[in-house]
Design a protein around this ligand. Structure first.
Ligand code: ZN
Length: 96
């Protein structure tokens, strides 16, 4: 009887410790997966191609909310000062 009680008093904390470790590992690995998912999303960046209608100067910059194809951008051509026009919007997956 004494031996079995001793077994329980040692077994229960061991089981609790093991369970805590499993839960902790599960939580950490899930958070790690979330972090990885977020960083993989961040690696895909949207970009727009701007073109000067006067001289054909082409520039690529990051996509901003409200951008659409054919929009006259606020950015000016460095060569002749004409407003650049958005020629295309694309997604780019930057390989790590
Ligand atoms: Zn120009």
């Amino acid at each position: 009887m004494l031996i079995s009680i001793d077994l329980y008093t040692t077994l229960i904390p061991t089981v609790i410790t093991a369970l805590t470790a499993v839960v902790l590992f599960y939580t950490v690995s899930r958070e790690l997966r979330n972090t990885l998912a977020v960083s993989s999303v961040k690696r895909i960046s949207e970009y727009v191609t701007l073109r000067c209608p006067t001289c054909g100067y082409v520039k690529v910059r990051e996509f901003k909310v409200g951008d659409y194809v054919g929009k006259v951008d606020d950015e000016k051509c460095p060569r002749d000062g004409s407003n650049l026009v958005i020629m295309g919007i694309g997604k780019e997956q930057v390989s790590a």
